[in-house]
Each structure stands twice: as structure tokens, then as C-alpha cells.
Design a protein around this ligand. Structure first.
Ligand code: MG
Length: 202
């Protein structure tokens, strides 16, 4: 399986990082070795000084598709979830400045937290609230109504470049409120009142 990630999909997050509002979705990939195994702490890599959390709504692809039209995109997923796109922000900024690929900053081992998935029919996907709690404080409070590109547009867009396969996961971008983690932080993700993950930082 592969993990397709979308960057800069919420206007307020673009503002907080002072980056440019894109005219098309920003896309990058994480390999399956980036997945943090369930019930495993996230270990801050020895080479890193600044890891940021980014909570994101996840979409699990349920069948093969290529050049999917927006109007048919709903058929390509049944479940949504929540995860974290861990990012070495300092390294990403350095790579960005030089126009280099972001993988070392975003696709390293453990950088993809993938929480529980839920049947999408239980939710209004265009008005879905989700949160990240850090040590019992809400640090990110998002709603999919603020996405620049909606889930089905992202499926259509990315499938032009990458054949989507069953089990692939799309990270749909993070809302405002990203910040750094330190040892012993506890990160809990919720979609409405449903708990999706609980990750300890080591
Ligand atoms: Mg992200």
C-alpha cells in the first residue's frame, strides 16, 4: 500500500506557516515503512530537533482506480479515519528553501500515525469536526468544511498521477494549530466524539 499526503489544504494553516496558497493540491508520498505500528510510542528521531504534529482526516481506498471522476469518487472509499503526519519542520524548511524533496522531513519511520477507521456513512463529510489533544489540551480543532479541496476532489486529482489501490490511504491535510512535541507528550485524536488514536511521544 501507499500513503498519499496532501499539503496546504486549509487556509489558516497556510497562513500560520506563511506559505503560498497553492493553485492545485500539494501532493507527496510516504512509504509503508513510515507507518507507526499500533500501540507503539513515537520516538523522536535522533537526528531531529523539531518534530511537529499535524492531525489529518484519512481516507481509506477500497478499490483500484485511475482517472477517477469527482462524481464517482464516493465509490472509492467506505471509511474515514484520523492520523498524524509527523514532520521535522526545521528540516522541511531547509529542503523547501533549496527546492529539494521533502521525504527526509516527512516520510521517515514512524511519521505516519494511522488511527481507527469508521464507516463514512455515519458522518457529514463536508462538516466533520476533528481534534487533536496534547496532554489534555486541545491543540488542533479542525473541520472539513474548511478544506480547500474536498475528499472527492482529492481522490480525483491524485488518481490522475497514481493508480489508487485497495488499502491505500490519503492524508487530507492539516488545519491550523500545528506545534512541536517533546518526550512524554500524549497525543489523542478524535473525530467528533470517536477516539481514533492515542500516541505517546518518547
Ligand atoms: Mg500534513
Amino acid at each position: 500500500m501507499k500513503i498519499i499526503c496532501i499539503g496546504r489544504n486549509y487556509a489558516k494553516h497556510i497562513e500560520e506557516l506563511a506559505t503560498e496558497k497553492p493553485t492545485e493540491p500539494v501532493v507527496f508520498l510516504k512509504p509503508n515503512s513510515a507507518i507507526l505500528p499500533k500501540k507503539t510510542p513515537f520516538f523522536i528521531p535522533s537526528w531531529s530537533n523539531k518534530i511537529h504534529y499535524e492531525v489529518e482526516v484519512l481516507v481509506k481506498i477500497n478499490r483500484v482506480g485511475k482517472y477517477i471522476e469527482v462524481k464517482f469518487a464516493h465509490k472509492y472509499y467506505d471509511e474515514i479515519g484520523l492520523g498524524i503526519d509527523f514532520t521535522d519542520r526545521e528540516l522541511q524548511n531547509k529542503l523547501k528553501e533549496k527546492g529539494l524533496p521533502w521525504e527526509k522531513a516527512k516520510a521517515f519511520d514512524g511519521s505516519a500515525v494511522i488511527g481507527n477507521f469508521y464507516d463514512k456513512s455515519k458522518f457529514d463529510l463536508n462538516n466533520l469536526s476533528f481534534q487533536l489533544h496534547k496532554n489534555d489540551k486541545i491543540v488542533q480543532d479542525g473541520n472539513t468544511k474548511n478544506m480547500l479541496w474536498k475528499i472527492e476532489e482529492l481522490i480525483a486529482y491524485t488518481s490522475q498521477y497514481f493508480t489508487l489501490k485497495k488499502g491505500d490511504i490519503i492524508f487530507t491535510g492539516t488545519p491550523a494549530g500545528v506545534g512541536s512535541v517533546k518526550e512524554n507528550d500524549v497525543l489523542i485524536g478524535l473525530i467528533e466524539d470517536k477516539k481514533c488514536f492515542n500516541v505517546k511521544v518518547k
